[in-house]
Design a protein around this ligand. Structure first.
Ligand SMILES: Nc1ncnc2c1ncn2[C@@H]1O[C@H](COP(=O)(O)O)[C@@H](O)[C@H]1OP(=O)(O)O
Ligand SMILES: [Mg+2]
Ligand SMILES: [Mg+2]
Ligand SMILES: [Mg+2]
Length: 395
């Protein structure tokens, strides 16, 4: 079957309207429904359930399509053995392609007057002569993904559209207004190994995370502890402020509500940490786990898939202690944070402060990030404090 594309030159070219006038499905639709509820409704009875409905639906669609693109690139990457060479271009293609796709879909699905996206990648390298071939490959894989989905069948993006979509992610975020926050591939090392990675998308409103979506294409639908291979892989976690956390398959099964582990005895807890020792100090988390009497070995997986797995109770604790000098970015935690908190968890820095996503592209925090349930948090914080103090006195 052949697909006829019409060029969409107006696409993404205007900051006031992101709609392609050539596409039948791209007419500006009704104004931002959920925003008008949030900002101006005098009716206090309006529950949080009705907030951000349209935004959540757009975010789920964007992350799901981006995960299809990433899976396609990952399959090609693993088959071609490129991952064992130094050539990282397929990763780059997936990162950029995922960012372009999410940016495009959000702008198509939402009719906001302004669109702000804080995202990891930018088009700098793609605009150089050596980036031309990569740009064409990204454009190809984005258009193939859109065509296979069929929702936007009358549009094909040009290379210029792709550059514009990627560069929509240059926003600085902050405490005023709304900002989407995107990590197009979180856990690049895992992606390269064929292991865990996530497409992580969140929405900030006045500096607070109000919704988050985590697409984890390689995460089993069953608990990673149970290892029930019958249920398949590919999870989509989503959470909206005040509405709980849900998980469904990336294929589109009915969502189920998930909750963090209810374990109260830290000896029975298991904990997550980075697969990569360079990303988090394993010796520090091991000393904390010892103080808590944790018996199980650490569960080491890449990316914000850890927040997703924790939100459904696969493990009770997540500890992350980057090496000195590393600055955490908001896109590495915004979606994971709301997925964990709406499932009943607590996410803080190593001194017990909640994460502040309102300061721009970086998180300004103390030493590390810890996540667990409400019961275990005081114990975990105490163990963290003691281990950090011991580490400092040993210097
Ligand atoms: N030196 C580092 N220390 C801590 N985190 C890092 C470092 N380098 C990259 N990261 C980021 O850590 C996250 C993955 O962490 P984890 O260890 O939990 O899988 C990713 O966001 C990755 O970025 P990227 O999004 O580019 O992959
Ligand atoms: Mg990341
Ligand atoms: Mg990334
Ligand atoms: Mg990166």
């Amino acid at each position: 079957m052949s697909v006829i594309y019409l060029r969409c030159t107006a696409l993404l070219s205007s900051s006031s309207s992101s709609f392609c006038t050539n596409c039948p499905k791209s007419k500006p639709t009704k104004p931002h429904f959920s925003f008008s509820c949030f900002a101006s409704s005098p009716d206090k009875a309006l529950s949080t359930m009705s907030l951000y409905v349209q935004e959540l639906s757009a975010a789920k669609k964007a992350a799901s399509l981006a995960s299809r693109l990433c899976q396609k690139v990952q399959r090609a990457l693993l088959q071609s053995d490129v991952h064992s060479k130094s050539d990282k271009s397929p990763v780059t293609i997936a990162d950029y392609g995922s960012q372009a796709l999410v940016s495009f879909i959000l702008q198509r699905e939402l009719s906001s007057a302004s669109f702000s996206l804080v995202a990891e990648e930018d088009s700098g390298d793609l605009r150089t002569p050596s980036g031309t071939e990569t740009l064409h490959r990204i454009t190809e894989v984005v258009n193939e993904t859109l065509a296979a989905d069929g929702s936007y069948h009358s549009c094909a993006l040009s290379t210029e559209d792709i550059l514009t979509a990627i560069d929509s992610g240059r926003s600085e975020g902050g405490s005023v207004g709304r900002h989407w926050v995107l990590d197009p591939i979180d856990g690049t090392k895992g992606f390269l190994r064929g292991d865990q990675y996530a497409i992580a998308l969140a929405l900030l409103d006045e500096g607070k995370v109000v919704l988050g979506v985590l697409a984890c294409p390689n995460l089993p639908l069953a608990s990673i502890v149970e290892k029930d291979s019958q249920k398949g892989v590919g999870c989509l976690f989503f959470a909206k402020i005040g509405s709980g956390t849900y998980m469904q398959s990336l294929e589109g099964s009915s969502p189920i509500r998930v909750n963090v582990s209810a374990i109260e005895n830290s000896e029975d807890a298991s904990f997550f940490e980075s697969y990569e020792a360079a990303h988090s100090m394993h010796d520090l988390s091991s000393s904390i786990a010892k103080k808590l009497g944790v018996k199980a070995p650490p569960v080491r997986i890449d990316s914000q898939a850890k927040y997703g797995a924790l939100s459904r109770g696969d493990g009770a604790i997540y500890m992350r202690f980057p090496r000195a000098g590393y600055r955490e970015k908001i896109w590495d935690h915004a979606a994971g944070c709301i997925v964990a908190t709406e499932a009943g968890g607590l996410v803080t820095d190593a001194s017990g402060q909640p994460l502040d996503f309102s300061k721009g592209r970086y998180l300004d925090l103390d030493t590390g990030i810890i996540v667990t349930n409400q019961k275990l948090m005081p114990l975990l914080l105490k163990a963290v404090r003691e281990s950090l103090a011991e580490g400092a006195s040993a210097l």
